[in-house]
Design a protein around this ligand. Structure first.
Ligand SMILES: [Zn+2]
Length: 296
């Protein structure tokens, strides 16, 4: 029997099956963080660079130049802050970006940061045929390992979304964690059809993503834009509440979005704010997941 196009006609097993395919299981909130820290801070960068334009089959040289800015100016500005404050961060790198800028990808790992999977060419993974998605996800991990010398243990899907098979692929690859879903503020176990997959989710949120506040559509008369001060205030409140709750604060930024003279201070002021608390643990996403897996 084929599935009705009208959701209100679906029998319960159909709509329940969709819900149950990938579901949040047990919350993994540790009683404490390493060295008695009250809060963990997970800073991440989606190193999309030129791949955002390539992903849609684009050929805008102007758009690609904005991507290249991410490599030439964005990452150096970000790394300068990271080195000065001596913190750890996670960089999710599409395979094509790692091939374009292998020295950059190698540098992340050489300086003690984490490099995670972020698709092949930033493809919309959740709308691909299952076999294609599997091939790209596996090849992406191989490329990152070959270039950086380290096998990635985590993935942030380029779509920030899953297809019907994404979690199965991630489980088959033996990855420690995913960081693309949004069912909680704390880490949680990922269930597939009601069964624990062993994969941990470290959730993201669009609220904690720089791009949604700063990107614009050049050919639209309407250009929504949030002032950097307001963006900082949103992130600050997310951090303060995470600290008060003894949880973790996770943030996603992009080198070609935050790595500008007028915006990089947002990142640095957040680090200062967290450091001023005195008991905050800056860690990679993988370190946080390993900790909650063992201590929650
Ligand atoms: Zn991305």
């Amino acid at each position: 029997m084929t599935e009705s196009e009208n959701p209100w006609e679906w029998p319960e097993d159909v709509w329940r099956g969709k819900i149950e395919r990938v579901r949040a299981g047990e919350t993994l909130k540790p009683k404490s963080w390493p060295n008695g820290a009250r809060c963990a801070v997970a800073m991440s960068f989606d190193v999309d660079h030129d791949s955002n334009e390539l992903r849609d089959g684009g050929h805008s040289i102007g758009a690609m130049s904005r991507g290249q800015y991410g490599n030439r100016q964005g990452i150096p500005r970000i790394m300068e802050v990271i080195r000065r404050h001596d913190i750890k961060a996670t960089f999710y790198v599409p395979a094509v970006v790692a091939k374009l800028y292998p020295d950059e990808t190698r540098m992340f790992v050489a300086e003690g940061h984490e490099v995670g999977i972020h698709g092949w060419i930033h493809e919309r993974n959740s709308v691909l045929p299952a076999a294609v998605e599997r091939d790209l996800q596996m090849r992406s991990a191989d490329v990152l390992e070959k270039i950086s010398g380290k096998r990635p243990v985590g993935i942030r899907t380029p779509s920030w979304d899953f297809s019907h098979v994404t979690l199965q692929i991630t489980q088959d690859m033996g990855l420690l964690y995913d960081s693309s879903l949004m069912a909680d503020v704390d880490c949680y176990r990922l269930l597939m059809d009601g069964e624990d997959t062993g994969v941990i989710e470290l959730p993201v949120e669009w609220i904690r993503d720089d791009a949604v506040y700063f990107n614009m559509n050049r050919f639209s008369a309407l250009r929504p834009y949030t002032a950097p001060e307001t963006v900082f205030d949103i992130f600050r409140r997310e951090f303060e509440a995470a600290y008060d709750e003894g949880g973790h604060f996770q943030l996603t930024m992009h080198p070609h979005v935050t790595g500008y003279r007028s915006r990089i201070w947002i990142f640095e002021d957040l680090i200062r704010l967290a450091k001023d608390k005195g008991d905050v643990w800056f860690a990679t996403h993988a370190e946080i997941v390993e900790w909650v897996k063992a201590n929650a």
